[in-house]
Structures are given as C-alpha cells and as structure tokens.
Design a protein around this ligand. Structure first.
Ligand SMILES: C[S@@+](CC[C@H](N)C(=O)[O-])C[C@H]1O[C@@H](n2cnc3c(N)ncnc32)[C@H](O)[C@@H]1O
Length: 362
C-alpha cells in the first residue's frame, strides 16, 4: 500500500476554481497546482474513493510522472519515452484497482490520449506512440495506437499525456469510463449540458435545505438531476420545457438516476404556471444558443423571460444561468435582477458565460 498519492483532475476550461473548491470541500487533499483545465492535488488519504465521485471534473487520474517539456521539435519525443520510464506502471495499476473496480485487474493492453497547448513539429499521435510503446513494453502487453485503430478495447489501461508548453504530465485514468459520462444520461437533446458544467452551476446556486429549485427550460434534465444528486435536502425540484421530446428525455434520465421526485411538466418559460415568489433557486441554460431556438413566448417576447424569473423568485432567491457570449443583461436589470457573478467557460472551443443573478433589493 502506498502512503502517498498525487492526483490530477481535469475539467472544462474555466471550471478550475469550482473543481479546486470541490476537492477542498470534500477534504480530498491539498491543491499543488491549478492550470489549464487541470487541478493537481496531493491526497490526504491515498485510498479515498471520494476522488472518483468528483462531479465538476471531466476525469481524474493518478499522477505517473511529470517533467519539463523538451522543446517543440521531434527530438522531444525521446524525452516523452523517458517520462514513461520514470513512472511505476505496476504500482499505479494496483492503486487504480483499489480505488475503482475494472473489467480486469490486469489490463490486456495500453492506450494513450495526448493533448498539447500550442504548436509542435509532431502531432498528438506521435506523442501517444512514444509514451504508449514505452509503457506497453514495461508492462509486457500490446499498445493500441489511436492513429490507426480508433477506440481502444474496454479493458486497456487508459493513460493521458498533457504538454502545456512548460511541463509534460503522464497520468493513469482511475475509473473505467471518464467521470463526465454519467450513467443516468441515457437520453439527450440538442444543446444538452455537459454534466460537470451542470454540477458547477448547481454549486454556484448554493442550494439549501427545503429550497424549491426550478429549471424552466429543462431539456434532458441534466441540471435538475445534478442538483438533486448533490442536494437531496432541497424541498422540491421542478422542470418545465415546451418540447414533449425533451420532457420524455428528462423523464428517462431522472428514472435512471432514481430521482422520481423531480417533477416535470410541459410549459412555456415565458408564462410559468407558478405563483409569485415561490422559487428559491433557478438553474438553466436557456434556448438562446445557435443549437436550440427559443419557442412560443420566449421567441415572441424575450424580455418576458426575465420578468418571469423575477416574478417567481423569492426576494432572497438566486438564478444561475449559462448564457451565450453577447447577452445584453440590461433587460434582466430592468426586470429587477442584478448580475452578481460572471465567469467565462469554454466548451468545445466556444465561450459561454456562467452568470448568477439576484433580485434587486428595493
Ligand atoms: C439548451 S436546451 C436545455 C438543455 C438542458 N439544460 C439539458 O441539459 O438537456 C433549451 C431547452 O429550451 C426549450 N425551450 C425552447 N423554448 C422554450 C419555451 N418557450 N419554454 C420552455 N422551454 C423552451 C427547448 O425545448 C430545449 O429543450
């Protein structure tokens, strides 16, 4: 058994602060660095399975080896193979197996996924091959090159290599599937949220005991499900959507998550069937992006959206929304909602804004 462990959690760009906060609040360890899409931490308890339950992380890894990047030319590939030589793959695999069950304790092969910031005179497949062949030789198992063979077999050990322009980091994935692939998400709709981003939004909403939580355009239900999983103590979860297909998807997902108490109904978010000042928390990514057009009253009278949010929120309520880049907030302020937090997030290269609004006090 090891008495020390270093982990790397990876996330969407911009969510590093929420991921670091989740690690600290879960008392999982001390943060040793936070950089582009990653938070490194030294575990307080090396075998604490809480690391596999991080909700704002895309994935979590055991740190294998870290070293300075040796330039941007192909000669750096040799240094990457040396990085693989510094890691102790047998020890890392037995630690991985103690943290999460796998199809086979002894992997039948090695696969590597590499990514880097900036340009190099080699591509990601060259870097993957350099590291993967070295690791496979040490373990005496085959290497699966992504360059030619697509998705790897499920019982292959998944390694990750990142090059950030200064350092190369080699790590071993702990769980058989990436953490962002939630088992409940059986059904999806266009524009459906990345679950770790939904988890970060619910953290920002600070849901508390007895709260009524609303998603007025719930789509496949990701936000309500992430909120209900993290906050079973809330009083009530309510989702609306104009589209019956979206409601069916949300229904499938909430049943898979065994969250039958989430209530779903068809309604126009521009005319919510709710009394005034009855909602404590709103979480939503409204249909204002390029993928999903607004319908009904949201299309005809967009300002009605802000008026409805303000009308249903309690005076101490909070709305956490994911908004596309050029969203003028003047209509929100005119409706009586003040932006109190904004944070830029990049998903698939597209910037969006995580925005928190609270009712103006008279
Ligand atoms: C970006 S999607 C929400 C995705 C959702 N957060 C998820 O994770 O699946 C926006 C949703 O708004 C819904 N919508 C469009 N116009 C609406 C309206 N007037 N009232 C309620 N829902 C509406 C769409 O049907 C769509 O499901």
């Amino acid at each position: 058994m090891r008495d020390d462990a270093h982990f790397v959690a990876r996330c969407a760009r911009g969510l590093e602060p929420q991921l670091a906060a989740e690690i600290l609040e879960g008392e999982l360890g001390s943060i040793t660095r936070a950089g582009h899409r990653s938070v490194h931490f030294r575990a307080w308890r090396p075998y604490d399975t809480g690391v596999t339950a991080l909700r704002t992380a895309d994935d979590v890894f055991l740190l294998g080896a870290r070293g300075r990047e040796a330039g941007r030319t192909r000669s750096a590939l040799r240094t990457m193979a040396e990085l693989a030589a510094q890691a102790n793959p047998e020890e890392l695999l037995s630690h991985r197996n103690a943290l999460a069950p796998h199809p086979t304790a002894r992997p039948s092969g090695v696969e590597v996924s590499a990514s880097f910031l900036g340009r190099r005179n080699f591509n990601r497949y060259d870097a993957e091959d350099a590291v993967g062949e070295a690791l496979a030789a040490r373990l005496g198992v085959p290497y699966h090159p992504r360059r030619t063979e697509g998705a790897p077999p499920p019982d292959y050990a998944a390694w990750r290599l990142t090059l950030d322009g200064t350092e190369a980091t080699l790590m071993l994935r702990i769980t058989p599937r990436p953490l962002h692939r939630r088992p409940y998400k059986q059904s999806t709709v266009p524009g459906s949220l990345h679950p770790p981003l939904a988890a970060a939004m619910t953290r920002l909403a600070a849901i508390g005991p007895g709260h009524t939580v609303l998603d007025p355009c719930c789509g496949a239900g990701t936000l309500l499900i992430e909120a209900a999983l993290a906050h079973p103590e809330a009083g009530r979860y309510q989702g609306y959507d104009i589209d019956p297909t979206a409601l069916a998807a949300a229904g499938t997902n909430k049943r898979t998550a065994s969250l039958d108490h989430i209530r779903l109904h068809r309604a126009d978010a521009g005319r919510l069937p709710l009394p005034d000042t009855t909602v404590d928390r709103i979480v939503c990514n409204p249909p204002w992006g390029t993928q999903v057009p607004p319908k009904a009253r949201l299309a005809k009278a967009p300002t009605a959206w802000w008026q409805e949010l303000r009308r249903v929120l309690t005076p101490t309520g909070t709305a956490v929304l994911l908004l596309p880049t050029p969203t003028p907030l003047a209509p929100a302020i005119q409706a009586g909602l003040l932006p109190t937090h904004t944070q830029r997030i990049h998903l698939s290269g597209t910037p969006t804004y995580l925005t928190k609004l609270e009712p103006k006090t008279p």
